[in-house]
Design a protein around this ligand. Structure first.
Ligand SMILES: [Fe+2]
Length: 390
C-alpha cells in the first residue's frame, strides 16, 4: 500500500476510535505524522484537564499498537492539576526540574520526589499525581501511555479518570519508592537481558548502561521496568561511526533520540533480509533521526539505527507491553525472537547477513559528515555472530 494511502486511511480510522474521539473532546491540538522531527519544537496549547500546555502526538504505526503520547510544558512556578488514570504511563523530563506528589485514594500523606532534566518515572497505575516546576525555566516533558487501550476497553471517560480503586500491589506509599534501584548483575549470557526494576531513572541522557554487543557493535543497552507496569523500556547507546543490527517485532514502540544524529532504515520484513538485492529497494524508507526525534517502527518491519554524528548516539525506547505478535515468539526459554538471529529462526539480522548496500549507505553518509567508519571488517565475516553470540 502506498505510504500516503496508508496515512489517509489510518488517520480516518483513528479519528473514529474512542481514544481519537476523546482527543477531539479534550480540545488539544494533535500532531499526526509518521515521525516527530523534533519534539522540542512542537507547539503546545492549554489542556484544561492537566492545567498546563500540551500537544498530543499520534505517530501512525503506534495506532496499530494502540499507544498514546503527548508533550507538555509547565511554566516556571506552575504545576499540573492532580490527575489519576486507569492506564499506565511513563514520563521523560526533557527540560527543567521540579517535584511530583503521588498518593493513592484514601491516603492522608503525599509521597514527594524530585526530578530534573532526563529523569524518567511512572505514576503508578491509577495513583493520583501532581507535578510542580521548581525552576526558573519551563519544564518540558513527554508522556507515553496505554490510554488508547483503556478507551477501547472501557469507553467511559469518568471511569478512566475517576475510578476509586487503589492498586496497592503496585504502590502503597513505600518510602524511597521513587529512588534509583541497583542494576542487576548480568548473567554473562551472550544475549543478556536482565531487566532493571527501578521506579526512577535520574538522567536518561547520561545514566550508565550495560554492554550489549549482541544488538550493536560496541554498544550498550539497559532495559528497565517501572511501577510494576506491563510496559517496559530501554536506553541504548552506541559509538561514533557504528550502527545497530536490524530487527523487527510488533508495533507500538516509541523511540526518542537523546544524543547525536543519523538516520533509520525501516522496511517490511516481507521484503526480506536483503531488500536492495532482492528487488525491494522501493520498500526501504529512510527516516532522519536525531536528538528530539520520535519514531515508531510498524508491525513486523525491520528497523536499523545509524549514528552518523560526531558523538555517541543514545535513544530511549518504550514498548507498550502485552503486545503479543508471532514475531515475539523466540526461544523455548521465553527469549524474544528479536534477540535471536534470523539464521536461527529469530528476527535479529546479523551484520554478516544484511544487505551489503546497507553498509555502503552508512559509509557514504559518514563521508558526507566527515566522520570515520568504525565498524570492524570482521563483523561481516560469515560465522562471526555464531562464534561470538552462540
Ligand atoms: Fe526494535
Amino acid at each position: 500500500m502506498l505510504k500516503e494511502e496508508y496515512a489517509t486511511k489510518v488517520s480516518a480510522y483513528f479519528a473514529g476510535t474512542p481514544y481519537g474521539q476523546w482527543l477531539k473532546d479534550e480540545g488539544v491540538p494533535v500532531f499526526e505524522d509518521w515521525a516527530v522531527p523534533d519534539v522540542w519544537k512542537l507547539e503546545t496549547a492549554p489542556w484544561p484537564r492537566l492545567g498546563v500546555r500540551a500537544r498530543f502526538i499520534t505517530i501512525y504505526p503506534q495506532m496499530e499498537g494502540q499507544r498514546g503520547m503527548y508533550v507538555a510544558d509547565i511554566e516556571p512556578g506552575g504545576q499540573t492539576e492532580p490527575i489519576r488514570h486507569m492506564y499506565e504511563q511513563m514520563i521523560l523530563i526533557l527540560e527543567g526540574h521540579g517535584t511530583t506528589e503521588v498518593w493513592q485514594e484514601g491516603d492522608s500523606r503525599k509521597h514527594v520526589f524530585e526530578w530534573g532534566r532526563g529523569s524518567i518515572f511512572s505514576p503508578p497505575l491509577n495513583a493520583f499525581y501532581r507535578m510542580y516546576n521548581l525552576g526558573s525555566d519551563a519544564v518540558k516533558f513527554v508522556a507515553y501511555n496505554r490510554a488508547p487501550t483503556a478507551f477501547t476497553e472501557y469507553r467511559n471517560v469518568d471511569f478512566i479518570f475517576n475510578c476509586p480503586f487503589a492498586f496497592r500491589d503496585r504502590f502503597n506509599g513505600e518510602d524511597n519508592y521513587f529512588q534509583v534501584a541497583t542494576r542487576p548483575e548480568l548473567t554473562g549470557r551472550a544475549n543478556d537481558r536482565n531487566i532493571w526494576e527501578t521506579n526512577f531513572v535520574a538522567d536518561a541522557f547520561t545514566t550508565d548502561l550495560d554492554s550489549a554487543e549482541y544488538k550493536v557493535s560496541a554498544g550498550h543497552i539497559t532495559p528497565f521496568r517501572m511501577a510494576r507496569n506491563s510496559m517496559d523500556a530501554h536506553i541504548s547507546q552506541w559509538p561514533v561511526g557504528r550502527y545497530h543490527k536490524a530487527h523487527y517485532h510488533g508495533a507500538g514502540a516509541m523511540l526518542l533520540g537523546l544524543r547525536s544524529t543519523g538516520f533509520i532504515l525501516i522496511w517490511p520484513s516481507r521484503a526480506g533480509n536483503q531488500p536492495y538485492s532482492n528487488g525491494h529497494a522501493d520498500d526501504v524508507i529512510e527516516v532522519p533521526w536525531g536528538r528530539g526525534s520520535i519514531y515508531s517502527p510498524p508491525n513486523e518491519w525491520f528497523h536499523q539505527h545509524f549514528n552518523t554524528g560526531n558523538e555517541p548516539a543514545r535513544h530511549l525506547a518504550i514498548r507498550g507491553g502485552n503486545l503479543f505478535t508471532l514475531s515475539m515468539l523466540g526461544g523455548a526459554d521465553g527469549t524474544h525472537a528479536n534477540m535471536i538471529s534470523t539464521a536461527e529462526g529469530g528476527t535479529l539480522l546479523e551484520y554478516e547477513d544484511e544487505d551489503p548496500l546497507v553498509r555502503r549507505r552508512f559509509r557514504s553518509a559518514l563521508t558526507a559528515n566527515g566522520v570515520d567508519n568504525k565498524m570492524p571488517d570482521e563483523l561481516y565475516e560469515e560465522g562471526y555472530a555464531q562464534a561470538h553470540f552462540g
